[in-house]
Each structure stands twice: as C-alpha cells, then as structure tokens.
Design a binder for this molecule. Structure first.
Ligand SMILES: *[C@@H]1O[C@H](CO)[C@@H](O)[C@H](O)[C@H]1NC(C)=O
Ligand SMILES: *[C@@H]1O[C@H](CO)[C@@H](O)[C@H](O)[C@H]1NC(C)=O
Ligand SMILES: *[C@@H]1O[C@H](CO)[C@@H](O)[C@H](O)[C@H]1NC(C)=O
Ligand SMILES: *[C@@H]1O[C@H](CO)[C@@H](O)[C@H](O)[C@H]1NC(C)=O
Ligand SMILES: *[C@@H]1O[C@H](CO)[C@@H](O)[C@H](O)[C@H]1NC(C)=O
Ligand SMILES: *[C@@H]1O[C@H](CO)[C@@H](O)[C@H](O)[C@H]1NC(C)=O
Length: 335
C-alpha cells in the first residue's frame, strides 16, 4: 500500500521528509476506524527509519515529565485494572478513561493495558491480598477450565469483557493501542498461568467479542510476548511488543528482543514496540543497532522520576533527541 495523503501537515516543521519506502500497515480488523488506520500507518512510517515515539505510563507521570524535564511524551499509557468487575465489587474505582480522553484532546496517542482482576477466586483476607488479584498467586481462578464455554468461569470472562467494552466504547472516537493479556508467558498473571493454549483462546475471545459483538473499531491490537508458542498470529495482531526491565545502567538497544519480535511476525512490517521499560534505551544505540522501536513507554513512579533508572541529564538528552518524538512533534496524528 502506498501513502496517497500526508498523515499530518506539521511534519515539515520537524524537518522530516517523506520516507521513500512506503510502509504497508493495515489493521487486522477489516472494519477499523479511519483514525485507527491512520495511527497504525503513522507508527509503521515513523519507525521505518528508526524514529521512536516517547511514552509514559500514567497521566501524573507524564505531567511530571513536562514540569521537570520540559517534554511531554507522545504516548500516554493507562490501565483498565480498576474497571475489572471483581475489583469494582471490592471497592476499586478508576478514572483512567478520563485521563485518556484528556491526553487525546492534547493530541496524545493512547495505549491501554489491563491488569485484569481475576473474575473470581480473589483472596480477600486483606486489602493487600485482594489488590493482587491480577496475579496468579492472588486468585484461585483457573483459566484452563474457565475457557471452556460450558463452564461457569466462561460466563464471568464474558461479563468482564463486556464491562471493559463499555469503558472502551466511551473512547470509540479515539484510536487506542490495546495491549491485553500482557506478559502472559511469564506466568505471573492468571491469564498466563495455564500455558499458551488457554491464553491464546482468551485472546481470540477478546478479539472476537470486542470487534464483532461490540464493534470497537478504534482498537489497534498489540501483543506483548516474544515467545512463538504464545503468539496469537499475524491475523490477530497489529503491533508486537515486549516489556523490558533491564539492569540499572543498561540503556542498550535491546536489539535481540527487537529481532525476536521481527521473527515472530515472519519479518512483516508490523510496528515493534517496547511496551514497558524501566530504563529508556539510548537513541544513539538504537539507531546504531537498527533497533527500530516504534515506541518505548517508561513505567510510572521511580522508573521515570528517580535518578537511578533514568538520570536527569539522560532524560533531557533522550527527549531532546531528533529521533525521539514528543507530544509537540505529532500534531494531527490524533484527529
Ligand atoms: C527519518 O527520515 C527522515 C527523512 O529522510 C529524516 O529527516 C530523519 O532524520 C530520519 N530519522 C532518523 C532517525 O534517521
Ligand atoms: C512518514 O514519516 C515522516 C517522518 O519520519 C513524515 O515526515 C512523513 O510525512 C510521513 N509520511 C506519511 C505519508 O505519513
Ligand atoms: C491470602 O493472602 C494473605 C495475605 O497476603 C496470605 O497470607 C494468604 O496465604 C493468602 N491465602 C491464600 C489461600 O493464598
Ligand atoms: C487448573 O485446572 C486444570 C484442569 O482441571 C488442572 O489440570 C490444573 O492443575 C489446574 N491448575 C491449578 C493451578 O489449579
Ligand atoms: C464490518 O463491515 C462489514 C462491511 O461493511 C459489515 O457487513 C459488518 O457488519 C461489519 N462488522 C461489524 C462487526 O461491524
Ligand atoms: C526473517 O529475517 C531473518 C534475518 O534476516 C531471517 O534469518 C529469517 O529467515 C527471516 N524469516 C522469515 C520467515 O522470512
């Protein structure tokens, strides 16, 4: 596919020219909305020569960056965690949809993860224990039985997916990079605890129900593991990613993970992302190694604010880098 129209008019102001090799990028949902299509093309295009979007988890940390480093991230990450029905029943409340809406109004790109509170089986002995109900150890919920359509657990999975669909419908005009069932292969979250097959079946259920039953055409589907046995397939995934929490001081390109993700898709042109990092990769190293990360997104709190993971002078250099795009450098990408 060739680009026929520029994605945004502000590009000239950045001194960036059209990338010659047009990059095919078509969402896996054939009914994807125009803003979702535009966003995927944008990510494929910018990443094709090593341009990376900056990202930050949580609005208050994005605001911290603006105030303390002088740059706002191009991407804001928020969590659907406390919209999980089991957590709402236990008293959780969330306003991350409001955060997403407010950042999108400023032109920011939005990505959602979902620390999905287990539909049932939460350990409620203390508030600390129920807080952890997205972890395998925080619940007795067993996906290998719940994924069977005849089981009571299946009805609860559907209940939860429908509850999240309701939240996603509130932002149906905003393209969203949706990253459900993250870090599944680690096994520390209940959705990964029963191995790859039940997890892939759950991903397929999510994809089918959100896309076909709820008609959520604003979603770009991001998968978050490099392990081949866990991959839902190129027909269900728009963006591939991993989460990397490298040792303190390691700001290398993570090129091995980049290549593993490329191989996972059979060397397709799907954008490849560092969906969560502790340490931001040094743009000089990613360019040198050819690790064309579409974006990286730093986790919240000390990961971004502290001196240990990303020292102040390093943060300033990274966000000022020509190959790292910030919020002010992506005008018009989000309509
Ligand atoms: C990407 O390509 C454009 C146009 O050739 C160029 O201006 C820009 O500097 C390139 N970015 C990187 C990171 O090489
Ligand atoms: C592709 O990306 C470059 C920046 O790397 C931008 O200047 C150009 O407008 C984009 N092309 C399209 C068709 O979006
Ligand atoms: C429930 O959580 C509490 C507090 O973390 C812990 O002590 C207890 O062992 C847990 N119970 C089960 C059955 O896992
Ligand atoms: C989940 O259920 C399956 C099938 O009944 C069983 O083999 C497995 O041991 C159970 N896992 C846990 C953690 O209870
Ligand atoms: C997708 O688009 C096709 C063709 O326009 C339409 O028939 C179908 O109902 C749409 N599917 C959904 C889930 O909206
Ligand atoms: C992908 O590219 C790598 C490195 O060039 C190559 O070794 C591998 O065979 C390619 N895989 C496919 C499916 O094309």
């Amino acid at each position: 596919m060739r680009f026929s129209t520029p994605l945004f008019s502000g590009a000239a102001g950045l001194g960036l020219l059209l990338v010659q090799a047009a990059t095919a990028a078509t969402p896996v949902n054939p009914n994807a909305s125009t803003p979702a299509r535009k966003l995927l093309s944008f990510l494929a295009n910018t990443s094709s020569n090593g341009t990376t979007l900056s990202g930050q988890q949580e609005l208050e940390d994005a605001d911290w960056l603006a105030k303390n480093v002088g740059y706002s991230p191009a991407i804001l990450g928020v969590d659907l965690m406390d919209y999980s029905p089991s957590r709402v029943q236990l008293g959780a409340s969330a306003n991350t949809i409001e955060d997403a809406i407010s950042y999108a109004k400023r032109g920011g790109i939005i990505t959602f993860c979902w620390h999905w509170g287990a539909p049932a089986g939460t350990n409620t002995s203390t508030s600390d224990s129920w807080y952890n109900n997205f972890y395998t150890e925080g619940t007795t919920f067993n996906l290998s039985t719940a994924i069977q359509p005849s089981s009571p657990g299946y009805k609860l999975l559907i209940r939860d997916i429908d509850a999240i669909a309701k939240q996603l419908a509130r932002v149906k005009d905003i393209p969203i990079i949706f990253r459900p069932l993250h870090e599944a292969d680690g096994g520390w979250f209940w959705w990964g605890a029963a191995g790859p097959e039940p997890c892939k079946a759950l991903y397929n259920l999510l994809f089918d129900r959100l896309t076909n039953t709820h008609g959520l055409n604003n979603l770009l589907w991001e998968w978050n593991s490099k392990a081949p046995q866990w991959y839902p397939g190129n027909d269900k995934v728009d963006i591939v990613s991993v989460d990397v929490y490298a040792d303190t001081g390691d700001h290398s390109s993570q090129i091995a993970d980049y290549r593993a993700l490329q191989a996972l898709t059979g060397n397709s042109t799907k954008p490849i992302a560092l969906a969560e990092v502790g340490n931001i990769p040094d743009p000089a190293q990613t360019l040198k190694d050819g690790a064309k990360w579409a974006y990286w997104l730093t986790w919240n709190g000390d990961f971004i604010r502290g001196e240990e993971k990303n020292p102040a002078a390093f943060k300033e250099r990274v966000f000022a880098s020509k190959s790292v795009l910030t919020l002010d450098e992506i005008p018009g990408v989000i309509a």
